[in-house]
Ligand binder design. Structure first.
Ligand SMILES: [Ca+2]
Ligand SMILES: [Ca+2]
Length: 68
């Protein structure tokens, strides 16, 4: 069960990833946040694991599901 502290931590990390504040994380934002020194393909693969509905963005819900 997520308590308030855990929710706040999710919010904090999500906002750090969501650089432009539009409420979803793009592959570019994910790459910037994680500072991957890897080819773009690696970021896209990682993005695909979290982006369960495949719209190309990671929503807060998808992000929370992945972290839990
Ligand atoms: Ca964003
Ligand atoms: Ca998505």
């Amino acid at each position: 069960m997520a308590d308030a502290t855990e929710k706040a931590e999710h919010d904090r990390v999500f906002k750090k990833f969501d650089a432009n504040g539009d409420g979803k994380i793009s592959a570019t934002e994910l790459g910037d946040a994680l500072k991957f020194g890897s080819p773009h393909d690696d970021i896209k693969r990682y993005d695909g694991e979290i982006d369960t509905d495949g719209d190309g963005y990671i929503s807060y819900q998808e992000f929370s599901d992945f972290k839990c």
